[in-house]
Design a protein. Structure first.
Length: 250
């Protein structure tokens, strides 16, 4: 399984694009979240319009789904024919459709490929595009689903936005990789993860490897070395701060 960090930033970061992760497994390809800046970055890595099989939307904040109209527009321009699976919480189909209508009038009607919307709610297990999908609510200002994506003996957890909950900890148990938002250094404000909170979360859940993303832009700039030192001190776990475009293989 190949994991590429298309973006690792928060909503307003000029240096790091919105957090988005591209996962490839046995010929299938899956994009997790698609904010304002994601399509431009995505197409620097993928030039084949048919390559993407599915798109996960964790929640309806702009830095996680306002890129969908542009993604669909460019795939239309490139002549895509294959349906695109779009997976998320209840309301995903309606909300994506509304964003597309606002952004590009009749784009939805003129697409020559289908958008197949799937609702995934906590407690459900779906098999879509060769992967197994499960979700749990994190603690965020808008309802946000954390995702567990698995295939074969590999399991990845992606938090979307939000502080860990008992439900997300259960979902993340024994993941090969946890990708978690860590907006702050410590749990100072509700609704967001933190570096310290994520370290605790990964120790609790038996995670082998974890990547911290969506870090507040000022903290990422001024506290990077401090964060790396904190990650270095976690016994038996490997934590890292991915860079834009970085790729790892599980
Ligand atoms: Zn958010
Ligand atoms: Zn966000």
């Amino acid at each position: 399984m190949e994991i590429r960090f298309i973006g690792v930033g928060e909503a307003c970061d000029s240096n790091y694009g919105n957090t988005s992760i591209l996962i490839k497994n046995r010929g299938s390809s899956h994009l997790l979240d698609c904010g304002f800046s994601v399509p431009h970055n995505y197409f620097t890595y993928c030039s084949d319009p048919e390559e993407l099989d599915s798109l996960w939307i964790s929640h309806f904040h702009g830095d996680h789904f306002f890129g969908v109209p542009l993604l669909c527009l460019r795939l239309w321009e490139m002549g895509r024919k294959k349906p695109l699976h779009i997976i998320g919480q209840e309301g995903t189909g309606e909300t994506v459709r509304a964003a597309m209508d606002l952004a590009y009038g009749n784009l939805f009607q003129k697409l020559q490929y289908n958008l197949n919307f799937h609702v995934l709610m906590p407690g459900e297990k779906a098999k879509i595009a060769g992967m197994t999908w499960q979700a749990a609510w994190g603690d965020h200002s808008r309802p946000c689903l954390a995702l567990c994506l698995s295939a074969g003996n590999k399991k990845i957890f992606y938090s979307g936005d939000g502080r860990p909950t008992a439900e997300t900890a259960l979902l993340a148990g024994n993941s090969d990789l946890v990708i978690h938002e860590a907006f702050l250094l410590s749990d100072d404000i509700p609704g967001h993860g933190s570096v310290q909170g994520c370290i605790k979360f990964c120790q609790q859940t038996g995670t082998k490897q974890f990547a911290l993303v969506h870090i507040n832009r000022e903290i990422r700039q001024s506290e990077k070395n401090h964060i790396l030192q904190l990650l270095d001190k976690v016994p038996g776990r490997s934590g890292f701060l991915p860079e834009t475009g970085e790729k790892i293989i599980l």
